[in-house]
Write a protein that binds this ligand. Structure first.
Ligand code: GRF
Length: 203
C-alpha cells in the first residue's frame, strides 16, 4: 500500500516537486494526500493544483488563534489519512497537537549540515550566508525528524556539498538545493522500504 503523505510548504515547492516526480515515475510508492500551505500564492500550491493533488491554504489569516490553526491542520491531515508529514520549506512551527499526534513522523529538510547553521532565523538564504561567513569548506543538506525546536530533532540523513572558491550565498544555495531534491526522495524511499523506521501512527 502506498504510504500516504502530507506535505507542508510555504514557497516554491521544488522539494515537494522532487517527491511528486518520484511518485509519478513509480520510484516512490507513496501518495500525497494533502498539501498544506500558509501562503495562498505559493508555488507549492500552484504545483499541487497542476498535479491534481488535494491542497489546503491554512494560515493565521483564517485561524488567528494558534490553537485553532493547530486543530484545523490536524483535522485536515487526519481527514486526508496522512501517515507521514514532510515539511518542505515550511516557514511556520508545527503546533503542539499536530506534533503530538504525529510524533516522530514529521520530517524536515534543512539546507545545511545540522547541527550547524540551523535554528531560528536560519531560513532562505541565511544558512548559506552563515556557512560562508564561518569559512566552512563544506555545506550540505540534512533530513531530520521534527521536534518542538527548529532544526533540532534526530538526524536521518545528510549529504555534503563542497563550498567552492568564489561561491556566493546564492550559488551555494542552488548547489545545495539540487542535493536536497535527491536526499529527501532517498529518505522517503528508506521509510517506504522500512530501512528507516518511524513510529507507528497512534502509538
Ligand atoms: C529549501 O532550501 C529547504 O531546505 C528549506 O527551504 C527551501 C525550500 O525550497 N527549508 P523549495 O520551496 O522546496 O523550493
Amino acid at each position: 500500500m502506498a504510504l500516504k503523505i502530507g506535505v507542508f510548504a510555504s514557497h516554491g515547492g521544488s522539494n515537494m516537486q522532487a517527491i511528486i516526480d518520484g511518485i509519478e515515475a513509480g520510484t516512490l510508492d507513496a501518495e500525497i494526500v494533502l498539501v498544506i500551505s500558509n501562503n495562498s500564492g505559493s508555488g507549492a500550491l500552484e504545483r499541487a493544483r497542476r498535479h491534481d493533488l488535494p491542497w489546503r491554504h491554512l494560515s493565521g489569516k483564517h485561524h488567528p488563534e494558534p490553537a485553532d490553526l493547530d486543530r484545523a491542520i490536524l483535522g485536515a491531515l487526519q481527514e486526508a489519512g496522512a501517515e507521514v508529514i514532510l515539511l518542505a520549506g515550511y516557514m511556520k512551527k508545527i503546533g503542539p497537537e499536530t506534533l503530538a499526534a504525529y510524533e516522530g513522523r514529521i520530517l524536515n529538510i534543512h539546507p545545511a549540515l545540522l547541527p550547524k547553521h540551523g535554528g531560528k532565523g536560519m531560513y532562505g538564504i541565511h544558512p548559506h550566508e552563515s556557512v560562508l561567513a564561518a569559512g566552512d569548506i563544506e555545506s550540505g543538506a540534512t533530513v531530520h525528524v521534527v521536534n518542538e525546536n527548529y532544526d533540532e530533532g534526530p538526524i536521518l540523513k545528510q549529504r555534503k556539498v563542497p563550498v567552492l572558491p568564489g561561491d556566493t550565498p546564492e550559488t551555494l544555495q542552488q548547489r545545495v538545493l539540487k542535493e536536497e531534491h535527491v536526499i529527501y526522495a532517498d529518505v522517503l524511499a528508506d521509510v517506504i522500504a522500512g530501512t528507516i523506521r518511524l513510529p507507528v501512527l497512534g502509538d
